[in-house]
Design a protein around this ligand. Structure first.
Ligand code: ADP
Ligand code: TRP
Length: 323
C-alpha cells in the first residue's frame, strides 16, 4: 500500500497549550515518519474570531515556530499557511452547496455559541465545511486531532461520500486518528483545556508563570494526611503526559498512602513539565533568531501544498461542471 497522506491543522488564535500539544502536535510529529504529512496553520479558521490583523499575522508565525520547535521536521513534513493556498475557499464553497443545514446545526462549536447566547457569524456556522475542504483538497487519508474535532472529520466523510456518489470518485474518504490515552487534556480548573476557557498551560510559558499556573490547579480540600484518589486528580492526569511510568507509579502510590499535600505533587509536575519542554525552548529560541528561516520553510511548504491542491481543484471543477 502507498504511504498514507496525513493532514492536520491548528488555529493561530493564541499560543499553543498542553491540550494542543498532546492532542494534536505530538501525534502529528510522530506521524511524520510514517507517511506524507501535511500540517498547516489555519489562519482562515482563526479569522472566525481574530479580527486584529497584526495579531493574526503574529500568531500565525508564532504557532508555526512552536510546531517546529517541538519537533516538526520540514524535510519530512510539509508545513504551510492555510491562506497560501486560497483554492481551499473555492472548494469550501462547492462543498457548502452540498451541505444540508441540519448537519451544521448539529455541530458542537455552533451549538455552544448559541447556548452562550452569542450570535454566530456565518463563518463560524460554516467552519466545518472549510475544514472538510482542507482535508479533501489534499486527498488526506488520516487526520490526527483531539477528540473535540472528531465530529468535524465525520462531517468531512459524509460530504466526501455524497460528492463521490454525485460526481464519481473525486475525493478520498479520510479517517480521524485520536490518541486514546490523551483524548482530552484537562485544564487548570478541571474542564477541558482550551484557549476559550482561560485555563491553559502554554508550552512555552516563562518559568515563574508556569510555576504559578501549576500551583493554581484546582484540587479538593483533603488534608495532607488523607489518602487521595489519583484517578480523579488533574495533577496526576497531567503528570502522566510528561513523566515516565515509574515516576507516575510513585506519585499514584503516594496519593493513595496519604501524608503528602497537593503542593508537593504540583511541584513535581512543574519540574517534569519544565524539563520536558527544555529542549524545545532552546530550539525555539534558535529558530526565532532569524525570521528568514521560517519564511523559507513556509514558502517551500506552500509550494509543496499547491502541487497537490491545484490538480485536485482541476479534477473537482471538471467533475462538477464548473468552467
Ligand atoms: P482550543 O480549543 O484551545 O482553541 P484548537 O481548537 O486550536 O484549541 O485545537 C487545535 C488541536 O488541538 C485540535 O486537534 C484539538 O482537537 C486539539 N486540542 C485542543 N484542546 C485539546 C485538549 N484539551 N485535549 C486534547 N486535544 C486538544
Ligand atoms: N478545526 C481545527 C481546530 O479547531 C483546526 C483545523 C482546521 C483542522 N482545518 C483542519 C484540523 C483540518 C484537522 C484538519 O482545532
Amino acid at each position: 500500500m502507498a504511504a498514507p497522506r496525513i493532514l492536520s491543522g491548528i488555529k493561530p488564535t493564541g499560543r499553543p497549550h498542553l491540550g494542543n500539544y498532546y492532542g494534536m502536535m505530538q501525534p502529528g510529529i510522530e506521524w511524520q515518519d510514517r507517511g506524507e504529512a501535511f500540517y498547516f496553520i489555519a489562519d482562515y479558521h482563526a479569522f472566525t474570531t481574530v479580527h486584529d490583523p497584526a495579531a493574526l499575522r503574529e500568531h500565525t508565525r508564532s504557532v508555526a515556530l512552536d510546531f517546529l520547535a517541538c519537533g516538526l521536521d520540514p524535510e519530512k513534513a510539509v508545513l504551510f499557511r492555510q491562506s497560501d493556498v486560497p483554492e481551499v475557499t473555492e472548494l469550501a464553497w462547492l462543498l457548502t452547496c452540498l451541505t444540508p443545514m441540519p448537519m451544521l446545526e448539529n455541530c458542537h462549536a455552533y451549538k455552544d455559541h448559541l447556548a452562550k447566547g452569542k450570535v454566530p457569524s456565518h463563518g463560524l456556522f460554516a467552519y466545518p465545511v472549510l475544514m472538510a475542504a482542507d482535508i479533501l483538497l489534499y486527498n488526506s487519508n488520516i487526520v490526527p486531532v483531539g477528540r473535540d474535532q472528531k465530529q468535524h472529520v465525520e462531517v468531512t466523510r459524509d460530504l466526501a461520500e455524497k460528492a463521490n456518489r454525485l460526481f464519481g470518485p473525486i475525493f478520498t474518504v479520510p479517517q480521524p486518528s485520536i490518541v486514546a490515552e490523551v483524548a482530552t487534556v484537562i485544564g487548570l480548573d478541571g474542564q477541558k483545556m482550551s484557549k476559550s476557557y482561560n485555563n491553559t498551560i502554554g508550552l512555552f510559558e516563562e518559568e515563574k508563570v508556569l510555576r504559578k499556573k501549576i500551583m493554581s490547579i484546582v484540587t479538593d480540600s483533603e488534608p495532607v494526611e488523607a489518602a487521595k484518589d489519583p484517578a480523579t486528580s488533574s495533577i496526576v492526569a497531567l503528570y502522566k503526559l510528561c513523566a515516565d511510568a515509574s515516576a507516575v507509579a510513585l506519585m499514584e502510590d503516594q496519593f493513595r498512602a496519604g501524608g503528602l499535600g497537593y503542593g508537593e505533587f504540583k511541584k513535581r509536575l512543574f519540574e517534569a513539565l519544565w524539563e520536558k519542554f527544555a529542549p524545545f525552548r532552546a530550539r525555539r529560541a534558535e529558530l526565532a533568531a532569524d525570521p528568514s528561516v521560517l519564511d523559507a520553510i513556509l514558502a517551500d511548504g506552500a509550494a509543496r501544498a499547491r502541487a497537490i491542491a491545484l490538480p485536485t481543484m482541476e479534477r473537482v471543477r471538471k467533475a462538477m461542471g464548473i468552467r
